[in-house]
Design a protein around this ligand. Structure first.
Ligand SMILES: [Zn+2]
Length: 280
């Protein structure tokens, strides 16, 4: 399997840094051949920064196992910072980075600074891995800003993730669920499946508790969602601490083994889509 969403380094106050050795042991134990490591460069992301340069060093040391993502806070510099963003992102791509992320700044999802990032990532063919909740990449219920963004940047691949993204799987989402894990049966008419249907440049990763919660709160809906969007979903873990349940691994394997999803859908979601879309 290929994990498109993993972290490394010191992220949280009071916790030990995640080392390459620890991550490799975790990957070996879970049949993960490769992982994209996502740097932390915006203040709202975690408690410390993990720079793109550090992540690239790790990827160079273990080229068969780790792929570097790159990150630049969209607010870098002053005024119209397009020149700075373009220079840094082009340099990172030329040095082997395969994704922009984790996009996790405390801005509106359609902030002008973020729009510059989206345009440049589209030109450079680097997918944007997104964290969308009540504090980061903020939007209103029903994703009006996100929808305009998807329409405005058809060349840019957006990979959604996190609580607000997955809460919009259900038509009855409420404003107080943007940073939580809503339970119960899914009501038709959710904004997220509608946007997935409408915009071929929208993808999603299955990392962290938010995807697992959304796919298991209403199992028949969850399995059907995996099957329906099998070309646009990526396996991911969002490993960011030493003690963390990664429920999506047994969930996907169980779904395959008990024929809840096809073998081909499993292969695409856990490996083939990542190879194709991230150019690994
Ligand atoms: Zn993450």
């Amino acid at each position: 399997m290929i994990d498109v969403h993993m972290h490394i380094g010191k992220l949280y106050v009071g916790e030990k840094p995640l080392t390459p050795r620890h991550l490799l042991r975790f990957m070996d134990a879970n049949e993960i051949e490769k992982a994209i490591l996502l740097p932390i460069e915006s203040p709202e992301e975690a408690h410390y920064y993990v720079t793109t340069e550090y992540v690239m060093r790790v990827a160079r040391k273990y080229p068969d196992r780790f792929v570097a993502g790159c990150n630049v806070d969209p607010r870098v510099g002053t005024g119209d910072n397009s020149r700075i963003l373009r220079a840094r992102l082009t340099d990172y791509r030329d040095r082997g980075c395969k994704a922009y992320g984790e996009a996790m700044s405390g801005l509106a999802i359609d902030d002008p600074a973020l729009q510059r990032v989206y345009r440049i990532c589209g030109e450079l063919r680097m997918p944007v891995i997104y964290h969308i909740d009540g504090f980061r990449n903020v939007d209103e219920k029903g994703f009006p800003r996100f929808e305009r963004t998807l329409r405005m940047f058809p060349e840019t691949v957006f990979v959604g993730h996190a609580q607000h993204f997955w809460a919009e799987i259900s038509g009855d989402v409420t404003d107080d669920q943007f940073s939580s894990y809503p339970k119960g049966p899914i009501t038709p008419g959710g904004a997220m499946p509608r946007l997935m249907e409408t915009f071929p440049n929208l993808y999603a990763d299955l990392s962290a508790g938010s995807a697992y919660n959304a796919l298991t709160r209403d199992l028949p809906f969850g399995y059907a969602f995996l099957e329906r969007f099998q070309d646009r979903l990526f396996f991911g873990t969002d490993v960011c601490r030493y003690v963390q349940p990664i429920d999506v691994i047994p969930f996907l394997k169980e779904a395959r083994d008990n024929k809840r999803i096809s073998k081909l859908a499993f292969e695409k979601i856990t490996r083939l889509n990542a190879l194709r879309v991230f150019g690994l």
